[in-house]
Ligand binder design. Structure first.
Ligand SMILES: Cc1cn([C@H]2C[C@H](O)[C@@H](COP(=O)(O)OP(=O)(O)OP(=O)(O)O)O2)c(=O)[nH]c1=O
Length: 196
Protein backbone atom coordinates (compact mmCIF):
# COMPACT_ATOMS: atom_id res chain seq x y z
CA UNK A 1 0.00 0.00 0.00
CA UNK A 2 1.02 3.63 -0.30
CA UNK A 3 2.49 5.60 2.55
CA UNK A 4 0.36 8.33 4.08
CA UNK A 5 2.22 11.61 4.50
CA UNK A 6 1.04 14.62 6.49
CA UNK A 7 2.59 17.68 4.83
CA UNK A 8 2.39 19.85 7.93
CA UNK A 9 4.53 21.10 10.76
CA UNK A 10 1.46 21.80 12.89
CA UNK A 11 1.50 19.73 16.10
CA UNK A 12 -2.31 20.01 16.20
CA UNK A 13 -2.76 18.36 12.80
CA UNK A 14 -0.38 15.55 13.82
CA UNK A 15 -2.35 14.95 17.01
CA UNK A 16 -5.74 14.86 15.28
CA UNK A 17 -4.52 12.35 12.68
CA UNK A 18 -2.87 10.21 15.38
CA UNK A 19 -6.00 10.25 17.56
CA UNK A 20 -8.03 9.04 14.59
CA UNK A 21 -5.75 6.01 14.34
CA UNK A 22 -4.17 6.82 10.98
CA UNK A 23 -0.62 5.52 10.38
CA UNK A 24 1.42 8.25 8.72
CA UNK A 25 4.70 10.10 8.53
CA UNK A 26 5.37 13.82 8.47
CA UNK A 27 7.17 15.77 5.76
CA UNK A 28 7.24 19.53 6.07
CA UNK A 29 7.67 22.01 3.27
CA UNK A 30 8.68 25.61 3.66
CA UNK A 31 6.10 27.07 1.34
CA UNK A 32 5.44 30.77 1.23
CA UNK A 33 1.76 31.09 2.05
CA UNK A 34 0.59 33.65 -0.49
CA UNK A 35 -2.65 33.65 -2.45
CA UNK A 36 -4.29 36.16 -4.76
CA UNK A 37 -7.68 34.55 -4.28
CA UNK A 38 -10.47 36.55 -2.65
CA UNK A 39 -13.07 34.01 -1.53
CA UNK A 40 -12.43 32.20 1.78
CA UNK A 41 -12.85 28.71 0.30
CA UNK A 42 -10.61 29.51 -2.69
CA UNK A 43 -7.93 31.01 -0.45
CA UNK A 44 -7.57 28.08 1.95
CA UNK A 45 -7.81 25.53 -0.86
CA UNK A 46 -5.04 27.22 -2.84
CA UNK A 47 -2.80 27.50 0.23
CA UNK A 48 -3.33 23.82 1.06
CA UNK A 49 -2.55 22.91 -2.55
CA UNK A 50 0.76 24.81 -2.44
CA UNK A 51 1.83 22.79 0.62
CA UNK A 52 1.06 19.49 -1.11
CA UNK A 53 2.78 20.50 -4.35
CA UNK A 54 5.93 21.44 -2.45
CA UNK A 55 6.58 17.87 -1.33
CA UNK A 56 4.95 15.87 -4.14
CA UNK A 57 7.98 15.92 -6.45
CA UNK A 58 10.25 14.61 -3.70
CA UNK A 59 8.36 11.31 -3.51
CA UNK A 60 9.22 7.99 -5.03
CA UNK A 61 6.70 5.17 -5.07
CA UNK A 62 3.09 5.35 -4.00
CA UNK A 63 1.79 7.99 -1.64
CA UNK A 64 -1.22 9.75 -0.17
CA UNK A 65 -0.28 13.27 0.92
CA UNK A 66 -2.56 15.29 3.20
CA UNK A 67 -2.02 19.04 3.51
CA UNK A 68 -4.19 21.74 5.03
CA UNK A 69 -4.44 25.44 5.67
CA UNK A 70 -6.61 27.17 8.25
CA UNK A 71 -7.73 30.79 8.24
CA UNK A 72 -10.18 32.71 10.40
CA UNK A 73 -12.57 35.03 8.56
CA UNK A 74 -14.34 37.96 10.14
CA UNK A 75 -16.85 39.73 7.88
CA UNK A 76 -15.18 38.02 4.92
CA UNK A 77 -11.67 39.29 5.79
CA UNK A 78 -8.93 36.76 6.58
CA UNK A 79 -7.07 36.68 9.88
CA UNK A 80 -3.91 34.59 9.74
CA UNK A 81 -1.27 34.20 12.44
CA UNK A 82 -0.57 37.40 14.38
CA UNK A 83 2.82 39.00 13.69
CA UNK A 84 3.26 40.42 17.18
CA UNK A 85 1.41 41.27 20.41
CA UNK A 86 -0.30 44.33 18.92
CA UNK A 87 -1.52 42.30 15.99
CA UNK A 88 -2.84 39.59 18.34
CA UNK A 89 -4.59 42.25 20.45
CA UNK A 90 -6.27 43.76 17.37
CA UNK A 91 -7.44 40.34 16.16
CA UNK A 92 -8.84 39.28 19.53
CA UNK A 93 -10.59 42.62 20.01
CA UNK A 94 -12.22 42.20 16.60
CA UNK A 95 -13.36 38.66 17.45
CA UNK A 96 -14.73 39.67 20.87
CA UNK A 97 -18.50 39.34 21.24
CA UNK A 98 -19.00 38.14 17.67
CA UNK A 99 -19.39 35.11 15.45
CA UNK A 100 -16.67 34.37 12.89
CA UNK A 101 -15.92 31.63 10.41
CA UNK A 102 -13.00 29.21 10.36
CA UNK A 103 -12.12 27.65 7.02
CA UNK A 104 -9.67 24.83 6.53
CA UNK A 105 -8.66 23.94 2.99
CA UNK A 106 -7.45 20.39 2.40
CA UNK A 107 -5.56 18.74 -0.43
CA UNK A 108 -5.18 14.98 -0.72
CA UNK A 109 -2.68 13.97 -3.41
CA UNK A 110 -2.65 10.31 -4.32
CA UNK A 111 -0.27 8.30 -6.50
CA UNK A 112 -1.16 4.66 -6.92
CA UNK A 113 0.65 2.33 -9.31
CA UNK A 114 -1.41 1.62 -12.38
CA UNK A 115 -3.97 4.31 -11.53
CA UNK A 116 -2.10 7.54 -12.23
CA UNK A 117 -2.30 10.60 -10.00
CA UNK A 118 -5.38 11.92 -8.29
CA UNK A 119 -5.86 15.13 -6.39
CA UNK A 120 -8.78 16.00 -4.12
CA UNK A 121 -9.18 19.61 -3.02
CA UNK A 122 -11.94 20.63 -0.63
CA UNK A 123 -12.65 22.73 2.43
CA UNK A 124 -14.62 22.67 5.63
CA UNK A 125 -16.25 25.63 7.36
CA UNK A 126 -17.10 26.05 11.04
CA UNK A 127 -18.59 29.00 12.89
CA UNK A 128 -17.25 30.13 16.26
CA UNK A 129 -18.88 32.58 18.66
CA UNK A 130 -16.57 34.35 21.09
CA UNK A 131 -17.77 35.88 24.39
CA UNK A 132 -17.28 39.60 24.95
CA UNK A 133 -13.73 40.10 26.19
CA UNK A 134 -12.33 42.88 28.34
CA UNK A 135 -8.97 44.41 27.41
CA UNK A 136 -7.53 42.80 30.55
CA UNK A 137 -8.76 39.36 29.45
CA UNK A 138 -7.21 39.86 26.02
CA UNK A 139 -3.88 40.94 27.51
CA UNK A 140 -3.88 38.02 29.95
CA UNK A 141 -4.52 35.63 27.08
CA UNK A 142 -1.73 37.12 24.95
CA UNK A 143 0.62 36.74 27.95
CA UNK A 144 0.09 32.95 27.78
CA UNK A 145 1.98 32.99 24.46
CA UNK A 146 -0.68 30.84 22.85
CA UNK A 147 -1.84 33.21 20.07
CA UNK A 148 1.36 33.37 18.04
CA UNK A 149 1.25 30.32 15.82
CA UNK A 150 -2.54 30.20 15.51
CA UNK A 151 -4.82 31.63 12.86
CA UNK A 152 -6.98 34.35 14.43
CA UNK A 153 -4.62 34.52 17.46
CA UNK A 154 -6.42 31.89 19.54
CA UNK A 155 -6.49 28.19 20.28
CA UNK A 156 -9.94 26.75 20.90
CA UNK A 157 -8.22 23.61 22.22
CA UNK A 158 -6.17 25.66 24.67
CA UNK A 159 -6.59 28.50 27.14
CA UNK A 160 -9.03 30.35 24.87
CA UNK A 161 -11.62 27.62 25.47
CA UNK A 162 -13.05 29.59 28.42
CA UNK A 163 -14.02 32.39 26.01
CA UNK A 164 -15.88 30.26 23.46
CA UNK A 165 -19.64 30.78 23.58
CA UNK A 166 -20.44 28.18 21.00
CA UNK A 167 -19.52 26.54 17.72
CA UNK A 168 -21.36 25.27 14.66
CA UNK A 169 -19.81 22.56 12.52
CA UNK A 170 -16.79 20.30 12.92
CA UNK A 171 -14.66 21.04 16.01
CA UNK A 172 -11.44 19.57 14.60
CA UNK A 173 -11.76 21.84 11.60
CA UNK A 174 -11.20 24.80 13.93
CA UNK A 175 -8.12 23.14 15.45
CA UNK A 176 -6.70 22.74 11.93
CA UNK A 177 -7.72 19.42 10.40
CA UNK A 178 -11.30 18.41 9.51
CA UNK A 179 -10.66 14.72 10.00
CA UNK A 180 -14.30 13.62 9.60
CA UNK A 181 -14.62 15.48 6.29
CA UNK A 182 -11.31 14.02 5.08
CA UNK A 183 -12.41 10.51 6.06
CA UNK A 184 -15.76 10.96 4.25
CA UNK A 185 -14.24 12.46 1.09
CA UNK A 186 -11.74 9.60 0.85
CA UNK A 187 -14.38 6.94 1.45
CA UNK A 188 -16.22 8.35 -1.60
CA UNK A 189 -13.06 7.54 -3.58
CA UNK A 190 -12.99 4.01 -2.16
CA UNK A 191 -10.11 4.79 0.21
CA UNK A 192 -10.30 4.00 3.93
CA UNK A 193 -7.36 5.76 5.60
CA UNK A 194 -7.93 3.76 8.80
CA UNK A 195 -7.36 0.49 6.98
CA UNK A 196 -4.19 1.37 5.03
C1 LIG B 1 -8.44 28.84 14.97
C2 LIG B 1 -7.35 27.92 15.45
C3 LIG B 1 -6.21 27.70 14.70
N1 LIG B 1 -5.22 26.86 15.15
C4 LIG B 1 -3.99 26.62 14.37
C5 LIG B 1 -4.07 25.46 13.39
C6 LIG B 1 -2.90 25.72 12.48
O1 LIG B 1 -1.76 25.07 12.99
C7 LIG B 1 -2.72 27.24 12.56
C8 LIG B 1 -3.01 27.89 11.23
O2 LIG B 1 -1.84 27.91 10.47
P1 LIG B 1 -1.62 27.12 9.12
O3 LIG B 1 -0.83 28.04 8.23
O4 LIG B 1 -2.90 26.58 8.60
O5 LIG B 1 -0.72 25.86 9.52
P2 LIG B 1 0.73 25.80 10.21
O6 LIG B 1 1.61 26.89 9.68
O7 LIG B 1 0.54 25.74 11.70
O8 LIG B 1 1.27 24.38 9.76
P3 LIG B 1 1.60 23.87 8.25
O9 LIG B 1 1.52 25.05 7.31
O10 LIG B 1 2.97 23.27 8.33
O11 LIG B 1 0.56 22.82 7.98
O12 LIG B 1 -3.64 27.71 13.54
C9 LIG B 1 -5.36 26.21 16.37
O13 LIG B 1 -4.46 25.45 16.78
N2 LIG B 1 -6.50 26.41 17.11
C10 LIG B 1 -7.50 27.23 16.72
O14 LIG B 1 -8.50 27.37 17.44
Amino acid sequence: MYKIILASGSPRRKEILEQAGVKFEIQVSNTEEITEKQEPADMVEELALLKAEAIKDKQSGEFLIISADTLVFLDGKPLGKPKNKEDAFDMLLKLSGKKHEVYTGVTVSIRERGKGDKQLVFHQKSVVEVDSLTEAQINDYIATGEPFDKAGAYAIQGKFAVHIKGIEGEYNNIVGLPIAKIYRELLKEGIDILKN
